[in-house]
Design a protein around this ligand. Structure first.
Ligand SMILES: NC(=O)c1ccc[n+]([C@@H]2O[C@H](COP(=O)([O-])OP(=O)(O)OC[C@H]3O[C@@H](n4cnc5c(N)ncnc54)[C@H](OP(=O)(O)O)[C@@H]3O)[C@@H](O)[C@H]2O)c1
Length: 321
């Protein structure tokens, strides 16, 4: 029998636009890219997903640009949806093609102006700093957020890939809500919760950069926006063999759970994230309309307490202490 979640939070998925616009290349946006993006956005909306996640760098700016074209054709959409974007990563800007980070006010404000122009909108519902830049103090970041907010360009703020301490410093100095952190989180990437099981076991516990974030998010009602929540199909590609025992065992268990809950593998994987008693919004990245629909079934799939733990244990391939 399924058991209700501990605490009720709005069940929400975000549509991630990283894969829209024709990919990470310099080709111009084709009519086909535009059609695919339009179908993906329409399918997400039909499924009740109305928040869209962008970044200045996605597909070298083409993800925002193709979305902007959709809004140009359907301006009435703007007021029905929430649009968020990110900046702060200077893609391939450093030696050897490495990325580096820039959170200076001048750089970020310029990127936000470009995002608004590309997206063909007047304001962002949320702006998130994509990664921390150790050369810019968090006080300066908060001031920059205040400037963007006071100009009416951004309604709410967030961060991405940051620790509780980093978010705390920004929140202390920002006059606008700073209410989300984007973190990689899936059944295959469980840093957010591992410490809860292995703390006080000196041989297993590895403190990590997001130690304590689950508790911080609960205390301050921060939304955790989980990126790569399907681990790019690692467990749901049923027709492929990964050659990894834990992955194949998890797939087998996932098949049983799909049968038990009469749902899709994507829904089980996302419902697994949504069961945590915290504001959790998985950001799905598929452009395949059927897969978007499969994901949306998570909103009505409630895993039992035991199945939740069994998935974690099977994916880890080890028993809990
Ligand atoms: N803040 C950050 O640093 C950060 C980093 C990365 C991503 N993000 C955000 O998170 C969003 C989601 O990230 P993601 O795309 O990595 O998430 P994801 O939902 O885990 O993966 C989606 C990708 O996996 C493929 N996939 C999923 N299931 C599959 C299956 N059964 N068979 C074949 N392919 C499958 C999809 O292909 P199809 O399109 O063919 O279905 C798509 O390319 C992004 O759009 C972005 O908004 C944020």
């Amino acid at each position: 029998m399924s058991q209700k979640s501990d605490k009720k939070f709005e069940r929400k998925l975000i549509y991630g636009c990283m894969n829209l616009g024709g990919g990470w290349n310099q080709n111009p946006i084709s009519a086909d890219d535009e059609k695919k993006a339009q179908i993906a956005v329409e399918t997400a909306l039909e499924c009740g997903i109305n928040t869209f996640d962008h970044a200045d760098i996605y597909a070298f700016g083409k993800a925002e640009a193709v979305f902007g074209r959709i809004l140009k054709h359907k301006p009435e959409l703007r007021e029905k949806i929430k649009i968020q974007s990110k900046a702060g990563i200077v893609l391939h800007g450093a030696r050897g093609g490495s990325n580096f980070y820039n959170a200076s006010a001048e750089y970020i404000e310029n990127q936000v102006f470009n995002s608004l122009k590309n997206l063909n909108i007047e304001y962002l519902d949320m702006f998130l700093l994509h990664r921390p830049d150790v050369l810019t103090s968090f006080e300066t970041v908060a001031e920059m957020f205040n400037n963007l907010g006071n100009k009416g360009l951004v309604l709410e703020f967030g961060v991405s890939n940051m620790s509780a301490a980093q978010l705390d410093l920004i929140r202390k100095n920002c006059e606008f809500p700073v209410s989300a952190n984007q973190l990689q989180f899936s059944l295959n990437h469980t840093m957010l919760i591992d410490e809860a099981f292995f703390a006080n076991k000196s041989t297993d516990f590895q403190p990590n950069s997001i130690s304590g974030f689950l508790e911080y998010a609960q205390t301050h009602e921060i939304e955790i926006q989980a990126w790569s929540p399907l681990a790019k199909g690692l467990y749901s590609k049923f027709d492929e063999n990964s050659g990894i025992a834990e992955v194949e065992n998890t797939k087998q268990f996932l098949r049983e759970l799909c049968e038990k809950y009469q749902t899709t593998p994507e829904a089980v994987l996302l419902a697994w994230l949504l069961k945590l008693p915290v504001r959790m919004s998985p950001i799905i990245g598929t452009v395949n309309p059927d897969r978007i629909r499969n994901c949306a079934k998570a909103l009505s799939t409630e895993l039992s307490h035991e199945d939740w733990y069994n998935l974690y244990i099977t994916a880890k391939g080890r028993r809990l202490p």
